[in-house]
Design a protein around this ligand. Structure first.
Ligand code: AHG
Ligand code: MN
Ligand code: MN
Ligand code: MN
Length: 337
């Protein structure tokens, strides 16, 4: 048998992003790449802490509550601090919005750059202590023409983001990124300390066989949600019902949806009008990635990326995934019931 030599031509995330920007003749080149480098480093740093969490007493509560009334875990706070420090120090940011901070951070002039980063430092907090996959989500805007960095720079529709991504801390750390020209996935080679391109040009299958909802909320669901779910669980004769998969970490549920197809949902319901997920740093980045991968992301009544935020921590109903599956769901929302 022919022997396979290991590759000597690795495509790292930085190399890939630079090559992409060069290919597109993008003007932003250097700055966005440097910002993405800073974000990569935070993901590596958070990943090592996630790995060691049990050993270095990083599991459990931090003792504080965040602006949404959630008890913060130690890893929520640590990951937030890691990101704020690195993003500020990068010199490339002007405004930072984090799930864990009540107010936006406006970067002082000395360190000010032209990008705004909105982020969920640690997504899936409830899964930390059980060692289940968790992640980090981020979205990037460029500050508006003439702005010195104000909250209004991030109160803009998601389609104005210049990049979005997440890192999933699982059996390996996976960083999935879009700078507006498709979606690529990179896997952390821990021995090199580099994210290596492993999933070029991710395309979500046009139809899947999996649905991913917290059905524990069924008693609150509106009729279109319930009717849609029934349609895939009790399909027409001869068709197979969908499988259920729900991890409870958006990053992990969306990652699987991008790779395998199907539909992920956290709908608005009778108890929570806008559902649970936060628009700026959960719904927008994931909607951006889903659309860039060829899928759809909707609230049930409109495209998520077209929403104009009015406050930094607002929530929004989310359905995203394979084009055909989301279109099926939309039929239930369009029929008056
Ligand atoms: P976070 O841990 O950042 O607060 O986000 C939790 C979110 C999201 O990851 C997940 O999709 C959802 O909460 C799960 O909510 P339920 O436990 O209500 O299903
Ligand atoms: Mn939280
Ligand atoms: Mn989250
Ligand atoms: Mn979080």
């Amino acid at each position: 048998a022919e022997e396979q030599l290991p590759s000597t031509d690795l495509i790292t995330l930085t190399r890939h992003v630079l090559a992409e920007q060069f290919r597109l003749g993008s003007a932003a080149t250097g700055d966005l790449t440097l910002l993405l480098t800073a974000i990569q480093v935070t993901s590596k740093f958070i990943a090592t802490n996630v790995r060691k969490a049990r050993l270095i007493n990083l599991v459990g509560l931090a003792g504080e509550t965040n602006v949404q009334g959630e008890e913060q875990k130690k890893l929520d706070v640590l990951s937030n601090d890691i990101m704020v420090n690195a993003l500020r120090a990068s010199g490339k940011t002007a405004v930072l919005v984090s799930e864990e901070l009540d107010d936006a951070i406006i970067i002082e002039e000395k360190l000010r750059g032209k990008y705004c980063v909105v982020f969920d430092p640690l997504d899936g907090s409830s899964n930390i202590d059980a060692g289940v996959n968790i992640g980090t989500i981020f979205g990037i805007y460029q500050i508006q023409e003439g702005s010195e960095g104000v909250v209004a720079d991030v109160l803009r529709p998601g389609h104005e983001m210049v990049a979005a991504g997440y890192t999933m801390y699982g059996s390996s750390a996976n960083l999935v990124l879009s700078t507006g020209n498709g979606v690529n996935g990179y896997t952390l080679d821990a021995s090199l300390g580099e994210f290596i391109l492993t999933h070029p040009n991710i395309q979500i299958p046009s139809r899947g066989k999996i649905y991913s909802f917290n059905e524990g909320n069924s008693m609150y669901f509106h009729e279109p949600t319930t009717n849609y779910l029934n349609s895939i669980k009790f399909p027409a004769a001869g068709k197979s019902p969908y499988s259920a998969r729900y991890i409870g970490s958006m990053v992990a549920d969306v990652h699987r949806t991008l790779l395998y197809g199907g539909i992920f949902g956290y709908p608005g319901d009778k108890k929570s009008k806008n559902g649970k997920l936060r628009l700026l740093y959960e719904a927008f980045p994931m909607a951006f990635l889903t659309e860039q991968a060829g899928g759809l992301a909707t609230t049930g009544t409109g495209r998520i990326l077209d929403i104009v935020p009015t406050s930094i921590h607002e929530r929004c109903p989310v359905f995203l995934g394979s084009k055909d599956d989301v279109e099926d769901l939309l039929k239930f929302y369009q029929t008056p019931s």
